[in-house]
Design a protein around this ligand. Structure first.
Ligand SMILES: Cc1cc2nc3c(=O)[nH]c(=O)nc-3n(C[C@H](O)[C@H](O)[C@H](O)COP(=O)(O)OP(=O)(O)OC[C@H]3O[C@@H](n4cnc5c(N)ncnc54)[C@H](O)[C@@H]3O)c2cc1C
Length: 532
C-alpha cells in the first residue's frame, strides 16, 4: 500500500489531520489506528467514561512505574485505543489553557505558536453553542456545549468559592481564565463529540482517505535519513507495509509517539543500544520532558443527597436512563466535572497555578463506581508542574508497553503548590453555603491540621492520581533536548513529523484535548504550506 500521507494514530490530533489533508481529492491519506472503530455505545454517551476507562477493548490501560514522589505507588494511566483516541473516553471538558502558555512556547523560539497564532485555530475547530465572539467560533467541526445537568452541591461550591474571595468567571476560555464557574463540554445534543465524531465521520466516505483500524504500527522504515514507510501488524499478527510518498505523521500520543520513534532507532543512543536497536538519529530528548497534571481528590460527606444516592439504586438508575432517553439531559450527559476554578496559590504567580474539578459525586477511584454514601468531590491539580518524568523503552518489541516514569512532586515548588491547593480546597469547604451542606470531611480527614505541611504533603503523596494529561515527550524546540522543530519535523529525519500532545514544550494550564486538536489544526496547515 502507498499513500501521500500516512498518519499513525486516530486520536484527538490525528483525526483533525486526516480530515484536513484529505480535503484535496488529489492527495491520498492513510490513517492507521491500533484500536477498533468507536462502536462501543458507551463511548458516545458522555457519562460512559465510567464504563470505557479501564476497559482493555478501548483503553491501553497503562500503569506507571512505582513513583517515589507518590510514596512508591504505581497509578493508572488510561489512554484511548480506539477511533478518536483519548477524546473517545475522556471527561469531555473543553479547556484551552492560558494565552501565556502559548506565548511562552513562542518565547522559547517556536515561531507561529504564540496565542495570537493559535487562537484562530481554536476558533476554526469550534462550534460553540453560545455562538461566535472574539474568542469563540461557531462554524467548526467540534461541538462545544453547556452542561445539561446542574446539581445544588456543585452550585454551592461555586458560591462558597465566591464567599472565600474568588471571582465568578462565566468563560474560562475567554479573556481571562481566572475565577470559578462551570465547564463547557465537547458534546452535541447530549452526545459525546470526540475528535472522530467531529473530524472523521463527516469525511469517512472520501475515496482518497483510507482508515484502517486494528493496525498497530511497530516500526518506521528510514532510508538515508528519510522516513519512507510504516510497518503495522493487523489483528492476526500479519505485518503490512504502507509507503509514504510525501510524509509520515505520528499522532500516537505522549506515550506511544516517543516509543515508536525509539523502536525505529530515533532516540537516546545509549538507551537504544540497551535494547539492541540500531541508532538512526541520536535524539536525546525522545521520551524525556514528561509532564502531567496530578490531582488531589478531596471528598466531603454531605447531609443532602448527591449523585451518589441517585446512582445507588436501580430506581435511581432507571430514572436517570429515562431522562436521558426522553430529554437527552440529566446525569448521563455529565462531563467528568460540573464546576471549575482557576486560582493562584500565591500573589506573586502571574496567572492561575491550580485548577479545580468539582463533581456532585465521589468514588474511591475514578471510573470504579460511586461511593455508597452522600458525598461530593473537589479535585485540585497544579497547572504547571516543574517535575519532569520520562517514557523509557522496556523492550525492542513493539507490543511491550514502555516504562512510564512520571517523577511526580519532585521539586519544592510542586510540593508547595499541591499542598497550597489542598488547603484552598479545604478553606472553600468552610464557607457558606457549603458549610451547611457538609456533614464531615472524608478525605483527607478532619484530624489532619491545615497548617501541618509535612502531613498534608504525605497525604498527597499517598492519595493523588493522574488527571490524564501526559505531554511533552517529543518536545518542540531547537535545543539539544528538542525532538521536533517548530514545524513539527523530527530533527535530522526528513519526511517525518510528530503532531499530538507530546510536542508541547511545556504543559498547558488546563485540560489537554482542545490543545491537542489545535495541534492537529496547526500541523495540517504546516504540512500543506510546506508542500506548496
Ligand atoms: C480518562 C481520560 C480523561 C480525560 N479527560 C479530559 C477532559 O475532560 N478534557 C480534556 O481536555 N482532556 C482530557 N483528557 C486528556 C485528552 O483527552 C488527551 O490529552 C488528548 O486526547 C490527547 O490527544 P493526542 O492526540 O495526543 O493522543 P490520543 O487522543 O491519545 O491519540 C493517540 C491515538 O493513537 C493511537 N496509537 C497509539 N500508538 C499507535 C500505534 N503504534 N499504531 C497505531 N495507532 C496508535 C491510539 O490508540 C490513539 O487512538 C483525558 C484523558 C483521559 C485518558
Amino acid at each position: 500500500m502507498k499513500a501521500d500521507y500516512v498518519i499513525v494514530g486516530a486520536g484527538s490530533a490525528g483525526c483533525v489531520i486526516a480530515n484536513r489533508l484529505s480535503a484535496d481529492p488529489k492527495v491520498s491519506v492513510v490513517l492507521l489506528e491500533a484500536g477498533p472503530a468507536d462502536l462501543n455505545p458507551w463511548i458516545h454517551i458522555p457519562v460512559g467514561y465510567f464504563k470505557t476507562i479501564h476497559n482493555p477493548t478501548v483503553d491501553w490501560c497503562y500503569k506507571t512505574e512505582p513513583d517515589q514522589g507518590l510514596n512508591g505507588r504505581s497509578i493508572d494511566w488510561p489512554r484511548g485505543r480506539v477511533l478518536g483516541g483519548s477524546s473517545s473516553l475522556n471527561g469531555l471538558l473543553y479547556v484551552r489553557g492560558q494565552p501565556q502558555d502559548y506565548d511562552r512556547w513562542a518565547q522559547m523560539g517556536n515561531k507561529g505558536w504564540g496565542w495570537e497564532d493559535v487562537l484562530p485555530l481554536f476558533k476554526r475547530s469550534e462550534k460553540n453553542e453560545r455562538g461566535a465572539d472574539e474568542f469563540h467560533g461557531d462554524q467548526g467541526n467540534l461541538s462545544v456545549s453547556n452542561m445539561r445537568i446542574q446539581r445544588p452541591i456543585t452550585d454551592a461550591w461555586v458560591e462558597a468559592a465566591q464567599s472565600a474571595g474568588y471571582k465568578f468567571n462565566p468563560d474560562y476560555n475567554g479573556a481571562d481564565q481566572e475565577g470559578v464557574g462551570f465547564f463547557q463540554l465537547t458534546a452535541k445534543n447530549g452526545r459525546r463529540c470526540s475528535s472522530a465524531v467531529a473530524f472523521l465521520n463527516p469525511v469517512k466516505s472520501r475515496k482518497n482517505l483510507t482508515i484502517i483500524t486494528h493496525a498497530q504500527v511497530e516500526k518506521l522504515d528510514i532510508k538515508d535519513k528519510r522516513a519512507v514507510a510504516v510497518r503495522y501488524k493487523d489483528r492476526s499478527g500479519t505485518e503490512h507495509i504502507v509507503e509514504a510518498g510525501r510524509e509520515i505523521i505520528l499522532s500516537g500520543g505522549s506515550i506511544n509517539s516517543p516509543q515508536l520513534l525509539m523502536l525505529s532507532g530515533i532516540g537516546e543512543a545509549a538507551q537504544l543500544a540497551e535494547h539492541g536497536i540500531e541508532v538512526v538519529a541520536d535524539l536525546q530528548g525522545v521520551g524525556k520532558n514528561l509532564q502531567d497534571h496530578l490531582q488531589a481528590r478531596l471528598v466531603y460527606k454531605s447531609n443532602e443527597p448527591t449523585l451518589n444516592d441517585e446512582v445507588g439504586s436501580w430506581l435511581g438508575q432507571a430514572r436517570i436512563g429515562l431522562k436521558y432517553l426522553m430529554f437527552r439531559s440529566g446525569p448521563m450527559t455529565m462531563a467528568a466535572s460540573l464546576a471549575t476554578g482557576f486560582m493562584k496559590t500565591r500573589p506573586e504567580v502571574e496567572t492561575p497555578d491550580i485548577q479545580f474539578h468539582v463533581q456532585p459525586l465521589s468514588a474511591e477511584n475514578p471510573g470504579r463506581g460511586a461511593d455508597k454514601f452522600s458525598a461530593f468531590t473537589t479535585s485540585v491539580c497544579q497547572l504547571r508542574p516543574e517535575s519532569r518524568g520520562e517514557i523509557r523503552l522496556a523492550s525492542a518489541d513493539g507490543r511491550t508497553y514502555p516504562k512510564i516514569i512520571p517523577n511526580y512532586l519532585a521539586t519544592e515548588t510542586d510540593c508547595r503548590t499541591v499542598v497550597a491547593g489542598i488547603n484552598i480546597a479545604r478553606t472553600i469547604a468552610r464557607h457558606a453555603p457549603l458549610t451547611s451542606k457538609i456533614s464531615t470531611e472524608f478525605r483527607p480527614h478532619p484530624d489532619l491540621p491545615m497548617d501541618d505541611y509535612d502531613a498534608t504533603l504525605d497525604w498527597a503523596r499517598s492519595n493523588t492520581a493522574s488527571i490524564y494529561h501526559p505531554t511533552g515527550t517529543c518536545k518542540m524546540g531547537s535545543d539539544k533536548m528538542a525532538v521536533v522543530d517548530d514545524r513539527l519535523r523530527v530533527h535530522g529525519i526528513a519526511g517525518l513529523r510528530v503532531a499530538d500532545c507530546s510536542i508541547m514544550p511545556e504543559i498547558v494550564s488546563g485540560n489537554t484535548n482542545a490543545p491537542a486538536i489545535m495541534i492537529g489544526e496547526k500541523a495540517s496547515d504546516l504540512i500543506l504550506q510546506d508542500y506548496r
